[in-house]
Design a protein around this ligand. Sequence first.
Ligand SMILES: NC(=O)c1ccc[n+]([C@@H]2O[C@H](COP(=O)([O-])OP(=O)(O)OC[C@H]3O[C@@H](n4cnc5c(N)ncnc54)[C@H](O)[C@@H]3O)[C@@H](O)[C@H]2O)c1
Length: 363
Amino acid sequence: MLTLAAEVKTASRHYPVQVGWECLDEVGRLVREHGFQGRVVMVSDQAVASLYERAVRGSLEAVGFPVLHYEVPSGEASKTLESAGRIYDFLVEHRIERSDLVVALGGGMIGDLAGFVAVTFLRGLSWAVLPTSLLAMTDASIGGKTGVNHPRAKNLIGAFHQPVLVLADVSTLSTLPERERTSGWAEVVKHGLTLDTALLDLLETHVEALRALDPKITMKTVALSAAAKAAVVSQDERESGLRRVLNYGHTIGHALEAATGYGRFLHGEAVAVGMMGAVRLSHRLGLVNELLVARQESLLAAFGLPTHCSGVDREVVGMAMELDKKSREGEVRWVLLTAAGKTTIRPVPSAEVAAVLEELVRP
Ligand SMILES: NC(=O)c1ccc[n+]([C@@H]2O[C@H](COP(=O)([O-])OP(=O)(O)OC[C@H]3O[C@@H](n4cnc5c(N)ncnc54)[C@H](O)[C@@H]3O)[C@@H](O)[C@H]2O)c1
């Protein structure tokens, strides 16, 4: 059974975010209901394709869609212009037309890459997303950000392109590697803390059931998290205001990832430490009390996420933040909490940032 978790309503498109359990067989019907008549080009990575390509293909073929499949190696190294180029070659070879549909089957890497190919090929093909990682279901698949990495920086090349539908089969999380799943909870906790206290309560009450992937609780949580993100992007498709709230924990998080060459932390792990930085800054500036700092820390820890880190050079983290600052017109605007579910965005004195880094990042 499918639940309509949210409807994303942007100026460019309205589309549903559907959440279910063992529901990949619904994709053919949903795509048909959208009125598509052409062919489907499925893009996935090797690990995901070996598990789920057959089910998705079967569902699409059952309602009469011819299906082509392009597979890339798993991992962030596939999110490049070179990979996109090879996919364009495949699309040209198969004479893909404007009326055909791209289906991204996989985690956030595949969503970004396939979405980027969709927006650029023939000046824009329609695309649908079947997210299979926790990060992709609750965050990356919603909002239409697509792109690839440049050798010198992540996500530098891209465009906004909203999909026609998002279908999250939560049961696919059972095959997601444990560390990836744990990392994915970070963005869900972020949505609870910054946007939705009902989600925060749900997370706090059901940590164990969620870590064990209880179907009912997990679907409800994925749906609420997706809905929280959908509400934000519906109000601010292109990150000119409200959408910046989603960067809670990301200022320090990105710097930690960059300072360690993107090899040590998964994104959610770095964001978890970054969120601890942001809440501690919120406390130092008198915006929240210690209870909220402790509440956030114990929730992250309960999900198995890090709340500080060691063996990282604090100076290199500081330098990564400086670099980031330069690319943002000289000022870091921090997303801070003022209460559970409430945020403010403002600059923070550098002495406070240095003090918090000293608490969080140990050599
Ligand atoms: N577009 C956005 O708004 C947005 C937001 C956040 C992150 N992102 C991007 O998302 C990417 C990270 O996404 P991710 O964490 O999902 O990484 P990912 O797509 O690389 O997936 C992580 C790993 O899990 C595997 N995997 C995925 N689903 C699986 C499943 N159900 N079973 C078994 N294995 C599975 C993949 O093969 C991969 O090895 C980054 O490129 C990031 O920049 C985009």
